[in-house]
Design a protein around this ligand. Structure first.
Ligand code: BV8
Length: 257
């Protein structure tokens, strides 16, 4: 693995031409410059609870009020945040590459969508969507806070005489990712490409199966890049590692400054 330029050195650039396909993967670090706390930055704790505790079906079953407090606080924070140059650089690259670009994000804060990304797979869901914890009604857009007061109930279930809580449309620890999302990523990587780039940014490489995407991409012959503020758990799996902040590195690296 080449440890590319760190901050301040001459800015490396990923050559992107009309033969190039790019799969990007982002994590919480890409939203850090928008003021959104990362997971491991808070030592994986929230109000003294381990993230895996509040972001799990067991946590929701044990204390749905606590979990709705956790997600309502993040909903409010994300709603006030603005996309940063890292989000915008990825949206600009999509603009340039069209269907030769796909962004798989672990982030649930909606900032990629608000930056203009449309070829986007939200692997872990979205803070601003709510669904029923029991029935298979479609998840719906929801910006409300449920930090206090009665917990939201599914009205469709109620009509059927059942009481069922609404839950955040988020993939919790211990839950499977949406197979359709994984198929979209798989399909993109399987397409014939003269040149395939895998670019990960702002992720500690701790959470699976997202952490394994770099290996999938390498098996497809991808040239792999990581942009991160510190070495990640899976840094050694990347051909190139750029130590830096995604909002500062991505515009120059992708030639969209
Ligand atoms: C599943 C929604 C089947 C919640 C999230 C294999 C091995 C080991 C464990 C497992 C495995 N397979 C499954 C597991 C269990 C588990 C897992 O991976 N656990 C980890 C903790 C070991 N995975 C699952 O449960 C997944 N489900 O596989 O189902 C199964 C189930 C059980 C057992 C086997 C199989 C579901 C995972 C999805 C969980 N949901 N999010 C919510 O958001 O509320 S994950 C959560 O972590 C977020 O989505 C977050 O994005 C994600 C990953 O973290 P990062 O994004 O990387 O964030 P982090 O803070 O860690 O790192 C940020 C990085 O950015 C840092 O390195 C920092 O230095 C850097 N940075 C900071 N600022 C900047 C920056 N970089 C650049 N610029 C900056 N400015």
């Amino acid at each position: 693995m080449s440890q590319c330029a760190t901050q301040g050195d001459s800015q490396p650039r990923i050559a992107v031409d009309d033969r190039t396909h790019v799969l990007a993967l982002t994590g919480a670090g890409v939203s850090a410059e928008s003021g959104i706390a990362t997971f491991r930055g808070a030592k994986g704790l929230w109000e003294g609870h381990r993230i895996e505790e509040v972001a799990s079906p067991e946590g929701f079953a044990a204390d749905p009020q606590l979990v709705w407090r956790f997600y309502s606080a993040r909903r409010e924070k994300a709603a006030l945040a603005q996309p940063n140059p890292g989000h915008r650089a990825l949206a600009a690259l999509e603009e340039r590459l069209g269907d030769r670009f796909l962004l798989a994000s672990q982030n649930v804060d909606d900032l990629h969508g608000r930056a203009g990304s449309t070829r986007l797979v939200e692997l872990h869901g979205n803070l601003f969507r709510t669904r029923c914890s029991e029935c298979d009604r479609e998840p719906f857009r929801d910006e409300k806070s449920y930090a206090a007061g009665p917990l939201p109930q599914c009205d469709l279930c109620l009509k059927q005489g059942r009481r069922a809580l609404f839950r955040p449309h988020i993939v919790w620890f211990g839950e499977m990712l949406d197979p359709e999302d994984l198929r979209r990523v798989d399909e993109f990587l399987a397409r014939p490409a003269e040149r395939l780039i895998f670019l990960a940014a702002g992720t500690s490489g701790v959470v699976w199966p997202a952490a394994g995407l770099v290996d999938l991409a390498r098996r497809r012959g991808a040239q792999t890049w990581l942009v991160n503020a510190e070495p990640a758990e899976n840094s050694s799996r990347f051909h190139h590692f750029i130590l830096g902040k995604s909002g500062e590195v991505l515009p120059g690296l992708l030639g969209v400054e």
